[in-house]
Design a protein around this ligand. Structure first.
Ligand SMILES: [Zn+2]
Length: 400
């Protein structure tokens, strides 16, 4: 397959969601960094594969497809008041937020129409989407995590009317909003690679969160320990690739966050380089007719370096931003393997996704060994109890 074109959907209105008086990590500066990343590819001669498309403006109403009526109506009311307002300690709205969201809605529609024609796109927009659930704050998250309306879920919802869809979330945080919205949808696969939720916002996305009702078994959570290197992330990608090769989506919607990149920000401990992002782009574009990427997180270097590496992967080009492979500690591997095993058990248990025979049989063998060991330990315990007798100390020679 030859190199692929990617449409970059952008508009300056994405900058109008902002705070003037306080510095907030989710600010228009992120767009400067992301565009710097895109432009670095143009200056390297990849401009002919990247088409800059002005994000059109369209009404917010389509977001009703993925949000609760009461939540949507009250948010619109707040947006129309054109005030600065904190919805929770993380999430703000400002006088220009409405303009940004109208462009996000337009960009989502444009991305869908391009995807249907087989053209991949990347929405370089704000505010981000994946923490915005059906009623705003999703699952057990303490806040909305900078997100107001979920464009990722909206695009997946609309595309699912035209063909088979998979959502893949590579942001370092779990896409709890997207999971919340798609949880009972059996026709939309959602794979999410994220850092251990026992120590990171939004504290959800454990392997046993696999969907409910018809959706049971179509939500896959892959957990990586803090400070995981490329090795662990590349292993996780292999699993993603196996799942996608079974699911055979026509369209993939990506929650494209770049905050897993090492040193991206002070809020998370990460150690992933450009290799992971490049390979992610490459695998995703090889597994679908078209890929729609929505910018989620990424607050610093991730946008300047990991974003262009991901784009090169999507376009089927070599990683020009080569970096040495980072390795994870043994402790990180141990934790990752334990989590991965749970993810695979969950997949096998629900039976909606068939993994390659060698993965399934390895896990089943380990499971058998686990139970055999457990049974062995139980027998030993029982033998001890028999020796001890009912009262603990057991009858003495003198008693008998
Ligand atoms: Zn994030």
């Amino acid at each position: 397959m030859g190199p692929l074109r990617v449409a970059i959907l952008y508009h300056d209105d994405f900058r109008s969601h902002k705070l003037d008086s306080i510095s907030h990590p989710e600010s228009p500066r992120r767009l400067d960094l992301a565009l710097e990343g895109v432009n670095s590819l143009v200056s390297q001669g990849f401009g002919r594969l990247l088409t800059l498309v002005k994000a059109p403006r369209s009404p917010l109403d389509s977001f009703r497809l993925v949000h609760d009526k009461q939540y949507f109506d009250s948010l619109v009311e707040v947006l129309k008041s054109r005030r600065v307002l904190w919805l929770d300690p993380d999430t703000y709205v400002s006088p220009g937020t409405l303009e940004a969201l109208l462009r996000l809605s337009g960009a989502s529609h444009k991305a869908v129409s391009l995807a249907l024609k087989g053209v991949s796109s990347f929405i370089v927009g704000r505010p981000p989407s994946h923490h915005a659930g059906f009623k705003g704050k999703a699952l057990k998250a303490p806040t909305r995590g900078f997100c107001l309306l979920n464009a990722t879920a909206l695009i997946a919802e609309v595309l699912s009317r035209h063909g088979r869809v998979a959502v893949v979330d590579i942001d370092v945080h779990h896409g709890n909003g997207t999971q919340d919205i798609l949880y009972s949808r059996g026709d939309v696969l959602h794979i999410d690679i994220h850092q251990d939720p026992s120590s990171l916002y939004p504290y959800t996305g454990f392997p046993d969160e696999a969907g409910e009702g018809e959706g049971a078994g179509t939500k896959v959570n892959i957990v990586t320990p803090p400070a995981s290197g490329d090795d662990i992330y590349l292993d996780a990608l292999k699993l993603v690739d196996h799942i996608l090769s079974f699911w055979k989506p026509e369209y993939i919607v990506v929650s494209a966050g770049f905050d897993a990149y090492r040193g991206d920000n002070d809020m998370t401990v990460t150690n992933v380089g450009t290799r992971f992002f490049h390979l992610a782009g490459k695998i995703l574009s090889s597994r679908a007719k078209s890929v729609v990427s929505v910018l989620e997180g990424g607050y610093g270097e991730g946008l300047r370096k990991a974003l262009p590496a991901y784009l090169l992967g999507l376009m089927g080009k070599k990683n020009k931003l080569w970096e040495p492979k980072t390795r994870s500690s043994r402790g990180a591997w141990r934790l990752y393997r334990a989590y991965k095993k749970l993810t695979i058990y969950t997949i096998i248990k629900h039976g909606k996704i068939q993994l390659p025979e060698e993965i399934e049989s390895k896990i089943k063998r380990e499971e058998r060994l686990f139970w055999l060991k457990k049974m062995g330990a139980e027998k030993k315990r029982r033998r001890k109890r028999l020796k001890k007798g009912w009262w603990g100390s057991g009858p003495t020679e003198a008693d008998t």
